[in-house]
Design a protein around this ligand. Structure first.
Ligand SMILES: [Zn+2]
Length: 311
C-alpha cells in the first residue's frame, strides 16, 4: 500500500460515522427552513413541516411528521406559541430526546429577536388569538432575521463543531445579503408619499413587515387576531379606508380573501396577496423571498396614486 493510500485508509477508520452524516434539521415554517439550509449548506438535510400557503397557527399534522421528528438532530421553531397548538404534542411523542424543549437539538428563535406587540396587560380569550410573548411573525423583517440566522449558525456549530467554520462563512454571506435587502428596500419605500404608505393588513402578522418598510397600519380586516371579520367591523374598516384615503390591503395567501376583496372593491383599493413564506421546496432562498415580496408590494403601493386620482 502506498503511503498516501495508507493515510487515507487511516483517516476513514478514525472519522466516526456520525461526523460524515449530514445533520437532520427540521424547521416548522419555510422561512426558517430556507435560513437553516443557507447556513448548513451541504452539511445538513432540511425538512420543513409546513408549506408557504399553510397558516402556521393551525396545522393538521401528517403521520410522516412523527418519523421526521424522530430522526431529527435539530428542530428549529419560531416559538411565542405560534406552533404550540399542533407541534407541542408531536415533540413529546416523537420519542427523540435530542429535540425536547431545553435540549441542544431544540431551538426557539424568538428568544433572540427584538419583539413587537408584547402585551402589557393580562390576556384573555376575548382578545382573540393574542400571542402572550409578543408577535411571532418577525421573519417578515430581514433585520430581525439576522439574529435568527446567527442563532441557527451557533446551534449548528454546537451540534457539528467540525463544520463550524463553514457555518460561519455561510452566516457572514447571508448576513451581508440580509443587510443589503433590508436597507435597499427601506430606502426605496421612503420615496413613496405618506398616503401611499398607508395600508390595511388582514391579520396582525404584518407588524414587522410594516416596521421594516416604514409603512403605516390603518386597520386590520380581522377585528381581533384569529377572529373572522364581521359585517360591522368590515363596514368600520371601509369607513376608515375612505376617510384616511388608504388604497392598499395586504395579506398572506393562507387567509380567506373574500372580505379583503370586498373592501378593495368598495374602497377603490388594491389587494396584495403574498405567500406566507419562501418556496423552500421549490428552491427559493429566504433573501429571494424577501426581494420578491418587497418588490411586489412596492409596485402595488406606487401604483395606488393612479388608482386614487380623482377621489
Ligand atoms: Zn399571529
Amino acid at each position: 500500500m502506498s503511503p498516501i493510500a495508507r493515510i487515507l485508509t487511516l483517516c476513514l477508520l478514525v472519522v466516526p460515522a456520525t461526523a460524515q452524516a449530514k445533520l437532520q434539521v427540521v424547521a416548522s415554517v419555510p422561512d426558517l427552513a430556507a435560513i437553516a439550509s443557507a447556513i448548513g449548506s451541504e452539511h445538513v438535510d432540511v425538512v420543513c413541516l409546513t408549506s408557504p400557503n399553510q397558516d402556521p397557527h393551525y396545522v393538521d399534522p401528517r403521520p410522516s411528521f412523527m418519523v421526521t421528528l424522530n430522526r431529527a438532530d435539530l428542530l428549529v421553531v419560531i416559538g411565542l406559541d405560534l406552533e404550540s397548538s399542533w407541534l407541542g404534542r408531536l415533540i413529546t411523542n416523537s420519542r427523540n430526546p435530542e429535540i425536547q424543549v431545553g435540549s441542544n437539538g431544540y431551538l426557539e428563535v424568538s428568544s433572540v429577536v427584538e419583539r413587537l406587540q408584547v402585551p402589557n396587560t393580562p390576556i384573555d380569550r376575548a382578545m382573540g388569538d393574542i400571542h402572550a410573548g409578543g408577535n411571532p411573525h418577525f421573519l417578515l423583517d430581514p433585520r430581525r432575521a439576522r439574529s435568527v440566522a446567527q442563532a441557527i449558525a451557533g446551534r449548528l456549530a454546537l451540534l457539528a463543531p467540525n463544520h463550524a467554520k463553514d457555518f460561519n462563512a455561510k452566516l457572514e454571506q447571508l448576513d451581508r445579503q440580509l443587510l443589503i435587502v433590508a436597507t435597499e428596500a427601506r430606502e426605496r419605500f421612503q420615496t413613496l408619499t405618506p398616503g401611499q404608505r398607508q395600508v390595511v393588513a388582514y391579520h396582525q402578522s404584518l407588524a414587522y413587515l410594516l416596521d421594516w418598510l416604514g409603512l403605516t397600519p390603518i386597520a386590520t380586516v380581522e377585528p381581533r387576531p384569529g377572529i373572522a371579520p364581521s359585517p360591522s367591523h368590515t363596514a368600520l374598516v371601509l369607513r376608515t379606508m375612505r376617510s384616511t384615503k388608504t388604497h392598499t390591503l395586504l395579506q398572506e395567501s393562507y387567509y380567506q380573501r373574500g372580505p379583503s376583496e370586498t373592501l378593495a372593491r368598495l374602497a377603490n383599493a388594491r389587494l396584495y396577496v403574498f405567500p406566507g413564506g419562501a418556496d423552500f421546496e421549490g428552491g427559493e432562498s429566504y433573501v429571494e423571498r424577501l426581494r420578491k415580496l418587497s418588490q411586489g408590494l412596492f409596485e402595488v403601493l406606487g401604483a395606488s396614486n393612479a388608482a386614487v386620482s380623482g377621489d
